[in-house]
Write a protein that binds this ligand. Structure first.
Ligand SMILES: [Zn+2]
Length: 665
């Protein structure tokens, strides 16, 4: 029987030695041409010669138990493992974070695309892309990591995510022209490891194989470090060899240096922009565009074209006070623009297709929506919020424009639906302070939300001297007072019960469960004491980064981020954000900030009461019931999404412990 039948996991696979098709067999698929025999392991075709090959962040002794546990509760298992082994939370994000494939809209991806994630590791990118493609094939040479991905796709019912274990054959195990998109993220530099021969030639052969399996109009996404990253010279050693400035050296010197230090031959070759361009063009990728992922390509937040050095510099500079620090930040910005750490290279033949963002913008232009402005894509700023699972495209020119938000998963869609409802139903007097909803819809199986752009300057960009601080604070207070109209706590108790259930499911010990119970009791007590008075129930992020300030008066012109809003919610979070923001940024004490706030507030305002709670907190009077209840509520809420999936902090065991420990009696 030949490989017929749609459900066959061998369908579309070829012998990695001779590209022959497979004779169907439950356990041992055999090549119809050369007769080579392979395996199927827990539903994953294993096409390796060396089936002992194991490259993994976790030691082999731990992996079987880890995989067994993950079949029941994947996130909980990852979290528990990281905590027990004292591993960095970032590793959890690396294994599961949805923001890591956030560059997806820069690809010509569509609901019809066939995508290959080559050297997929734990399959985070493949998993993230499966939502918006017809089929995603994830390939890696470590079976154990593929098994985790396989479990994950089975658990979540992702039938279009296929896993293949391969890597040491002559060929990629696919027929010619199989894919629309191939992802090679953090892989090309490792290709020569463990193989004999010239590293450059091995990398070229690898790219030739990628070209072969790509359709003529297909696209390669190549994520890789820059050979001339300034950091490997000045600050960090090269991530592959652990040696400082080794990528910068001519290859023969790099090898000499590497051998002298006992690391053996230098084989993890990296290239410069021009060299990548030539390397790719020699293998049939005539068209390549370079994007700089910031802060890095493993966990990108900003995607800035290499051709926009000023924007790159802007995204890496921090706002600082002293002239020396300012100079250093300036230099850092310039260096990053000239010698970035890494590139995300999008390469194709001359037959290249428009990327998703191009197509979406064209679609929105054609819709002829009132309030939509036709601004060229060169003006776009591309931001990935991994925590929320939202990609934000800012299209702005001369102070006007639009903001497009693209959710990466279902929870993000729900958040954005909340946000839209809030904007549409907000009180009239606030309408000029909030972005307007211009459009929302679905384009090529992707939800989108379009808002008006609020002109002004983000509070983030301001360095406000202490004397002008009160202006900002007073303006923020006015805004909060305006919100003090909506009074409704009817659903707070039941919402609390929901949150309690979710958080309890996360608690891993009896003492943590007790902490959650205590926190919930406090919240309940608090809700009972205040429900007659009427308290604000809206929530917007009044932290400075989300406030739009007027340049001269420093009054708040608008608030841009309402992602965390829900209608029945206690106040406190906004204040906490704003005050801690101010403390962190301006070094003024919380007491001083609070004093500034108080002076202009009516005494009966809820805001003044909330400030009292903060005041008590700053005096370390944590025993105060209301204060603790407010913070308990907010922290519980922060933990609640953990049970639902996706939260940047979900792997940070220190963070979780800290939160629970606050309530440990
Ligand atoms: Zn064969």
């Amino acid at each position: 029987m030949k490989n017929e039948g749609d459900n066959s996991i061998l369908n579309n696979l070829r012998c990695p030695d001779c590209l022959g098709a497979f004779i169907q067999n439950e356990k041992t698929p055999q090549c119809d041409s050369c007769g080579a025999q392979y395996h199927i392991s827990e539903g994953i075709p294993d096409l390796r010669k060396d089936r002992s090959s194991y490259y993994c962040e976790f030691p082999k002794g731990d992996i079987e138990q880890f995989l067994a546990d993950s079949k029941v509760d994947l996130e909980g298992t990852v979290r528990a493992y990281l905590r027990n082994k004292q591993l960095p939370p970032k590793l959890g994000e690396y294994i599961m974070g949805s923001g890591r494939a956030g560059w997806t809209f820069l690809l010509p991806i569509s609901a019809k695309s066939r995508v290959l994630d080559l050297g997929c590791g734990w399959g985070t990118l493949a998993y993230g892309l499966a939502n918006r493609a017809d089929e995603v094939v994830a390939l890696d040479s470590t079976l154990e990591r593929m098994r985790l991905l396989h479990n994950r796709s089975v658990l979540d019912g992702l039938r279009n995510l296929k896993t293949v274990c391969a890597g040491d054959g002559t060929h990629l195990p696919f027929a010619n022209d199989s894919f629309d998109i191939v992802i090679v993220n953090g892989v090309l530099e490792w290709v020569p490891s463990g193989l004999a021969g010239n590293p450059g030639e091995l990398q070229r052969a690898f790219l030739r194989e990628v070209r072969r399996v790509l359709k003529p109009s297909g696209t390669l996404l190549l994520g890789i470090e820059n050979r001339y990253a300034w950091k490997t010279w000045f600050r960090n050693p090269d991530g592959h060899t652990g040696l400082r400035f080794v990528p910068w050296l001519p290859r023969f010197l790099a090898t000499m240096y590497s051998k002298v230090t006992g690391k053996g031959e230098y084989r993890n070759w990296l290239y410069s922009e021009k060299q990548y361009e030539r390397l790719l063009s020699n293998e049939g990728f005539d068209s390549s565009s370079f994007v700089v992922p910031l802060p890095g390509y493993h966990h990108p937040v900003w995607m800035v074209p290499l051709t926009q050095p000023k924007k790159i510099a802007k995204r890496v500079r921090r706002s600082v006070r002293s002239p020396i620090m300012k100079t250093l930040q300036y230099v850092k910005g310039r260096l990053t623009a000239m010698f970035p750490d890494a590139f995300t290279i999008i390469a194709s033949s001359e037959l290249k297709k428009p990327n998703f963002l191009d197509r979406l913008l064209r679609h929105l232009n054609e819709l002829d929506i009132s309030g939509w402005e036709d601004i060229p894509q060169e003006c776009a700023e591309y931001r990935i919020n991994g925590e929320m699972g939202i990609v934000t495209i800012l299209l702005q020119k001369n102070g006007s424009g639009n903001v497009i938000k693209l959710p990466l998963h279902s929870r993000a869609i729900i958040e954005l639906e909340h946000e839209v409802t809030f904007f549409q139903e907000s009180p009239k007097q606030l309408s000029n302070l909030l972005p307007r909803v211009i459009s929302k819809g679905n384009f090529d199986a992707q939800e989108y939300f379009v808002y008006s752009f609020l002109p002004g300057s983000s509070g983030e960009g301001f360095r406000i001297e202490d004397g002008r601080l009160s202006k900002v604070l007073n303006s923020a207070v006015q805004l909060l007072v305006t919100f003090d109209n909506e009074k409704d706590l009817t659903n707070a108790s039941s919402q609390l019960a929901n949150i309690e259930q979710k958080v309890l499911s996360l608690a891993s010990s009896e003492s943590q469960r007790n902490c959650v119970n205590n926190a919930v009791k406090r919240c309940q007590g608090f809700i009972e004491t205040i429900s007659d008075d009427g308290w604000i129930l809206g929530h917007g992020d009044f932290k400075l980064a989300n406030c739009i300030l007027a340049k001269d008066s420093l009054s708040i012109q608008g608030v841009i981020d309402w992602g965390g809003w829900s209608k029945r919610e206690l106040p406190g979070y906004d204040l906490a954000f704003l005050l801690t923001d101010i403390k962190w940024r301006f070094g003024s004490s919380l007491e001083e900030s609070i004093r500034l706030w108080r002076d202009d507030l009516p005494a009966e305002s809820w805001a003044i009461q909330a400030i009292d709670h903060f005041n008590l907190a700053t005096n370390r009077n944590i025993g105060d019931k209301e204060w603790r209840a407010i913070m308990a509520w907010q922290w519980l809420k922060r933990l609640a999404p953990l049970a639902d999936l996706v939260e940047c902090k979900r792997f940070d065991y220190n963070y979780l412990n800290r939160m629970f420990d606050v309530y440990a009696d």
